[in-house]
Design a protein around this ligand. Structure first.
Ligand code: GAL
Length: 710
């Protein structure tokens, strides 16, 4: 332990080197001071996937440990991590406007997103990843102040120059900073360091350490529609029939607050007028191949039948006059969730949309609130999203059935929960930035289609929904249906069916999230071979000396992203007639026709209504199935059309299991190798390995399409 004292004129500060101990290959834990018992990991209780982490290999400690410093004073813990010139940072949770985080000042605080990237967001995950191939996670359930390379220290090894503003044109109001500094309002904290060597590997280690991504049931990757909040049971069934009649896919339908006898706060009882026979509804939907998702917020109405039983476990303050159960307490959990189990899960409801666990300050319990566990209101605020995800997911696990739902808040530690984040913000471009950022932080985000001003905008939104973790139409308030705009109805339908055709690709991509920690949707900055400045383009170089905020303000790549192992998606937004796409190094091909698109360069693509630009990397293999209205059900066999792109032999691992249960956790799954290579006559030849005897095998006929013509 080194004690640093700077006493040139007067003591500037002191700090101690963080003591790091290895906890898994390429992962170290550092403890400083006396960490609190309650933190993000104790709330989320992830089980690290040690075997999968080991497969990523050992890695050298990625930083100079003498430059990772901490100190306690004033009841707070101060953390400092080094930065070097040109280093770029990503992460810190669900940001909507910026991808580059160097130079930013954030207060990580669970909240509804208010239009500014200031740390107040639905999932302010205290994890960042550097382009130098390491990541840092601060395991604290407190509001954290982050100076991500904005403070200039007197003791800096690479100090900012003092310039004369009178005469020096390079004078800047924001001089260079060589550190990430974080203030934790507690007497100590646990920190984790994840090695790469690439940024993607660091993210994988972070995800695997948190249990790996969720493996949704197959139906979770199909389409979902949310119906008007005051629909009754007959109207719900009629809407589902309408989808079927018009040939639009639908895997689960979501009910908004009107299913409840009282909402905001909630009884969690079915409304007897609108929903006289919930079991019958679930059964009828099931026959149609459609699941049912229920909107809730967690706050308990005085009219809820379990209200008084929970009395000892409520916080001091209400939300819309509803009581807030202290869900850190076991007895509270037991009383609370048994209602959900009995009245919803046991009758076959397939999942929840858990609303309002994020903010606003004027709605949620205030920070002056107290809770019977003795935890601070702030700690509950930072973890409530984690707690409701974990505890509701357990109801399904107990039935050996997977769920896939929606939630409005999450945090570090929640990687494995089968929930996708959403909000009401509805800015299409920023939705895509959020999708990119979700991949740096171990969370999932849906750019739901909610409302549009034009047919074109509806189509463009729909196209990005198709290439996202949850294909959700949440247009119950606007009343927009997939077919509402006749001018684009056929394009919308073709896109929806493409989503369904791509099921085998999506499912395998999620399996890699679960087993290997690779985010199914991720930013270009995690992609090997991606440079923001391919030769000859107009993207300006960042000069952090001149402006440390440059990283956050320069042209970031936030309008294109990776989907699964081999697809690059470059959406159009309403009103655009052409756009640029940066292709990483290596050959890239057009997804739709297999033609060569470019290599390590910027290309310009012209908008067409029927396509969202998608490119496939060299050797990309995309397993598709036929267009269909529902995801393959349990035990259902489906045919494959396997597409190969490019000019090189390659392989793809296709994941298969029963699609609904947790049997895969006991080894009941198969990875099948799809290989494409040329035979001795130079003709393409495809093969797929058999599933091991006794392991899942749902593949029927296989056909091959070699997309790139010689
Ligand atoms: C909002 C939520 C919407 C919708 C609505 C229902 O808070 O974000 O998606 O569910 O509540 O009242």
């Amino acid at each position: 332990m080194i004690l640093l004292f700077f006493t040139n004129l007067f003591p500037i500060c002191y700090a101690q080197e963080i003591r790091w101990e290895p906890v898994a290959p390429g992962i170290w834990k550092g403890i400083t001071g006396s960490p609190e018992d309650f933190d993000l990991l104790s709330a989320a209780t992830p089980e690290p996937r040690m075997e999968a982490i080991a497969k990523l290999g050992e890695a050298a400690f990625p930083l100079d440990s003498t430059e990772t410093l901490a100190r306690q004073s004033d009841g707070k813990t101060y953390l400092k991590f080094p930065l070097v010139r040109e280093e770029q940072l990503f992460g810190f949770g669900l940001n909507f406007k910026t991808v580059h985080q160097r130079g930013r000042i954030l207060r990580l605080h669970v909240d509804h997103y208010g239009g500014v990237d200031n740390g107040r967001t639905h999932a302010p995950v205290p994890f960042y990843v550097s382009d130098r191939g390491y990541g840092i996670f601060v395991n604290s359930a407190r509001y954290l102040d982050v100076y991500a390379g904005s403070g200039s220290r007197l003791d800096s090894k690479d100090p900012a120059l003092a310039r004369d503003r009178n005469t020096d044109p390079n004078w800047t109001a924001s001089p260079y900073s060589d550190a990430v500094e974080i203030l934790v309002p507690a007497d100590g904290v646990e920190v984790y360091l994840f090695a790469g060597p690439t940024p993607l590997k660091a993210v994988q280690r972070f995800n695997l350490f948190n249990g790996g991504g969720p493996l949704p049931p197959r139906w979770g990757l199909g389409f979902t529609q949310r119906v008007h909040r005051l629909y009754d049971q007959a109207e719900v069934l009629a809407e589902v029939d309408e989808f079927e009649k018009r040939g639009f896919p639908l895997d689960f339908v979501g009910l908004e607050p009107g299913w409840l006898s009282k909402s905001y706060p909630n009884t969690f009882d079915w409304d007897p007028g609108r929903f006289p026979d919930p079991e019958g509804l679930v059964a009828s939907l099931k026959k149609k191949g459609v699941g049912l998702n229920l909107w809730i917020n967690p706050y308990v109405s005085p009219d809820a039948d379990f209200f008084s039983e929970l009395t000892p476990y409520y916080g001091s303050h209400t939300v819309w006059a509803g009581a807030v159960p202290d869900l850190t307490m076991q007895e509270a959990q037991r009383i609370y969730w048994q209602k959900f189990k009995k009245d919803h899960v046991d009758i076959g409801v397939s999942g929840y949309k858990i609303d309002e666990v994020d903010g606003y300050d004027r709605w949620l319990w205030p920070d002056v609130a107290s809770f019977p566990s003795g935890l601070a209101a702030e700690q509950l605020r930072q973890t409530y999203g984690l707690l409701v995800q974990k505890q509701s997911a357990r109801l399904y696990r107990d039935k050996n059935r997977r769920t896939y739902g929606l939630v409005r808040a999450s945090n570090g530690g929640g990687v494995r929960f089968p929930y996708v984040l959403y909000n009401d913000y509805n800015n299409h471009k920023d939705f895509i930035t959020a999708l990119i950022n979700s991949g740096f932080s171990g969370i999932l985000w849906t750019p739901e289609a909610r409302a549009s001003d034009s047919a074109e905008e509806w189509l463009r939104r729909f196209q990005t929904v198709v290439f996202s973790p949850m294909a959700m139409i949440n247009a119950w308030a606007s009343g927009t249906k997939p077919w509402t705009y006749p001018e684009v109805a056929s394009e919308v339908k073709a896109m929806a069916l493409l989503r369904m055709q791509m099921m085998p690709y999506w499912y395998s991509s999620f399996a890699r999230y679960h087993f290997e920690g690779i985010p199914p949707f991720r930013g270009m900055n995690l992609e090997p071979g991606f440079v923001e400045k391919p030769a000859g383009d107009g993207i300006r170089k960042v000069d952090l000396e001149a402006n440390p905020y440059d990283e956050a303000t320069k042209k970031e790549i936030k309008d294109q992203y990776m989907a699964g192992p081999s697809l690059l998606v470059a959406p159009f937004f309403a009103g655009e007639s052409s756009r640029e796409v940066i292709l990483p190094e290596g050959n890239w091909y057009d997804f739709y026709d297999g033609s060569y698109a470019g290599n390590g360069e910027i290309i310009t693509v012209t908008a067409r209504l029927d396509q969202i630009p998608v490119f496939v990397r060299e050797g990309g293999i995309i397993p598709l199935t036929g267009p269909r209205l529902h995801a393959p059900g349990e035990g259902e066999t489906f045919d494959l059309e396997i597409r190969h792109y490019g000019e090189t032999a390659s392989s793809f691992y296709l994941y298969d299991d029963d699609g609904v249960s947790f049997a895969y956790e006991k080894g009941d799954y198969s990875w099948r190798e799809i290989r494409v290579e040329k035979d001795e006559n130079g003709n393409w030849n495809g093969s797929i390995s058999r599933a091991e005897a006794g392991k899942p095998d749902h593949i029927g006929k296989v056909s091959w399409t070699f997309m790139t013509k010689p």
